[in-house]
Design a protein around this ligand. Structure first.
Ligand code: HEC
Length: 178
């Protein structure tokens, strides 16, 4: 497992996002009101027994945590339709797909130009040849649970990880992979 895959799996563990506000967070969650986005992570400090608290790049407080006290609900699978035209930008879609802070799709999938492809999901090389409709691909990225209830691919749209336009751009990118 490479570090990208580990990061993606970690994100999935945290992925049972809830709509509840920060006030319902369990008491043992790492939150520091002084940091810009409130959620923090323990970072080991060299030659020190006490870790330092670093702010996350994103506010993760709306995601469920591994805490036994966290009883917030996971949003149910969300079926979506795609209004035509797709109007996606494949270059932007590629950037999002290959950015570890955004889509991070290459953690699990092989994509063109990826020297260290992920193998947890099917290769997306030559994807256009599969001939899927834009809507099917949009649904897969928006919420893969609709197509496979047991999937471990993150529901990017349903959990608000990516915007509708981000997903349109990703679909345009995937459909351009010959
Ligand atoms: C944690 C691993 C993981 C991540 C991250 C991930 N996927 Fe997937 N993906 C899978 C798995 C596993 C499948 C196979 C279907 C299933 O198990 O539901 C899949 C299936 C797919 C399929 C369907 C392929 C086919 O031929 O039917 C597409 C398209 C896809 N993923 C695109 C993406 C995109 C785009 C991203 C990033 C935005 C992404 N995936 C991120 C694991 C992942």
């Amino acid at each position: 497992m490479n570090s990208r895959t580990a990061g993606a799996l970690c994100a999935i563990t945290l992925a049972g996002m809830a709509t509840a506000g920060a006030q319902t967070l369990p008491a043992d969650v790492l939150v520091n009101p002084q940091t810009p986005n409130k959620t923090v992570w323990h970072f080991p400090k060299e030659n020190s027994a006490s870790p330092e608290e670093r702010p996350h790049r994103r506010d993760l407080s709306k995601w469920t945590t591994l805490s036994y006290e966290d009883t917030r609900a996971t949003p149910p699978p969300q079926r979506v339709s795609l209004d035509a035209p797709l109007a996606g930008d494949p270059a932007r879609g590629r950037q999002i797909a290959m950015n570890t802070q955004q889509g991070n799709c290459w953690a699990c999938h092989a994509l063109p130009g990826d020297a260290q492809p992920g193998t947890a999901g099917p290769s997306l090389l030559g994807f256009a040849q599969r001939g899927y409709s834009d809507e099917k691909v949009y649904q897969q990225v928006f919420d893969a649970r609709v197509q496979n209830p047991y999937t471990f691919m993150p529901p990017y749209g349903a959990f608000g990880t990516l915007t509708e336009q981000d997903i349109r751009d990703i679909v345009a990118f995937l459909q351009s992979i010959r």
